[in-house]
Design a protein around this ligand. Structure first.
Ligand SMILES: *Cc1c(COP(=O)(O)O)cnc(C)c1O
Length: 372
């Protein structure tokens, strides 16, 4: 059967939006109070609801996920080397480097593409101060083993949890692992506040410092103790977050049905690899990564075949961070061969709550009908 080209592009994701009236209703109190930013009423309400949803005691909100991570790392007052993964978005590494720290890249495992915990210890030196893994695609890292290594070597653990909003591990909120975790509330994520970020933290003492760092390091009317930044979440963002939170569970249920269809159609096909599902994790169905390893068509051919139908998958994450232009000469992709290989074979397929099931079938048909 001929699959027609979509007239409107099907993108890898599409931002979820609440009914317009719901958001407009939320704007009235902002107009009444004329309090637009700087930890207003919605900011506080949003924070309280997020603590419940994430099952986490300690968190601070930020204007975006990247600044959340950057300022979260600053709050830990580290020096030296941070062991991290090259199989991630630019933000993870940039946040380390912009804090004056040196990233040391650890390879990933080829089952769920998180940091290969067997390779961490060989990278630890007397300069190592922290481990910064990523729960990539919402796949939870081996949190127990990472904590055990960190404890043995007296290291901090910083999770880039940008992909894991609302996930639990053995029933525990994922925000509770490591010293800090960062969640991104960017428009393209499962749950968003237009732009936005969260830092969850273990040590309650970090609360004031995180607050001060996102507000220029100001510590009192006439004192500025830190070289901070401007990382405050505004009221319009918090209002969007509050609206979206009401609809989130429904959205995740829709995503789940789509992921199940993808898995049903694509699993067991020789040369097509899907991530292993972890029964201990309650997933948020954020992404649909597929690895083509020995399939009759390569990743780039499949990308092109979908594009011909106006369907736009993404090569997340390609290239690896350790081969970026801005880090050239400092790192080499050959040090992390699994990450290098997966980055050339992986394709993230379209996935968002309003994606029709028929489109998932079309995408699978296109992939499965490809001739050599
Ligand atoms: C989205 C993302 C970020 C950055 O979040 P922003 O909110 O866009 O600043 C960081 N790390 C990863 C892995 C991401 O996917």
């Amino acid at each position: 059967m001929e699959i027609k080209r979509h007239e409107k592009p099907v993108l890898v994701t599409r931002s979820s939006l609440p009914p317009l009236e719901e958001y407009v209703e939320m704007l009235k109190p902002i107009w009444d109070s004329a309090w637009l930013t700087n930890m207003g009423q919605y900011h506080e309400e949003f924070k309280a609801q997020l603590k419940q949803y994430l099952k986490a005691e300690n968190l601070e909100l930020f204007v975006n996920g990247h600044l959340a991570l950057e300022l979260g790392i600053q709050a830990l007052k580290l020096e030296g080397e941070v062991i991290t993964t090259p199989f991630t978005f630019a933000s993870t590494t940039h946040a380390i480097v912009r804090n004056g720290l040196t990233p040391v890249f650890c390879d990933i495992n080829d089952r769920d593409y998180t940091m290969d915990v067997e390779k961490i210890e060989s990278l630890i030196t007397d300069k190592t101060c922290a481990i910064a893994p990523v729960h990539v695609y919402g796949n939870i890292c081996d949190v127990e083993k990472i904590q055990e290594i960190a404890d043995r070597h007296n290291l901090k653990v910083i999770y880039d949890a940008a992909h894991t909003f609302g996930e639990t591990y053995d029933g525990q909120g994922i925000a509770n692992f490591g010293d800090i975790s960062m969640f991104s509330l960017h428009a393209t994520k499962v749950f968003h506040s237009i732009e936005g970020g969260i830092v969850s933290f273990k040590d309650p003492e970090l609360k004031d410092l995180l607050y001060q760092l996102k507000n220029f390091g100001i510590t009192g009317y006439e004192s500025v103790e830190y070289v901070g930044s401007n990382g405050k979440m505004n009221e319009f963002q918090a209002a969007m977050g509050l609206c979206n939170l009401r609809h989130l569970d429904g959205e995740i249920a829709k995503r789940k049905a789509l992921v199940e269809r993808y898995r049903e159609r694509l699993s067991g096909v020789p040369g097509i690899k899907l991530c292993e599902e972890n029964p201990r994790v309650k997933s948020n169905y954020a992404y649909m990564p597929v690895v083509f390893d020995g399939y009759r068509a390569g990743r780039d051919e499949i990308f092109a075949a979908l594009a011909e139908h106006n369907i736009h998958a993404r090569k997340y994450f390609y290239p690896c961070v350790n081969s970026y232009e801005c880090y050239r000469g400092e790192f080499s992709e050959t040090d992390t061969p699994v990450a290098a290989k997966i980055s050339r074979e992986v394709l993230t397929l379209p996935l968002f709550a309003e994606l029709p099931l028929e489109t998932v079938d079309e995408i699978c048909d296109i992939i499965l009908n490809l001739k050599k």
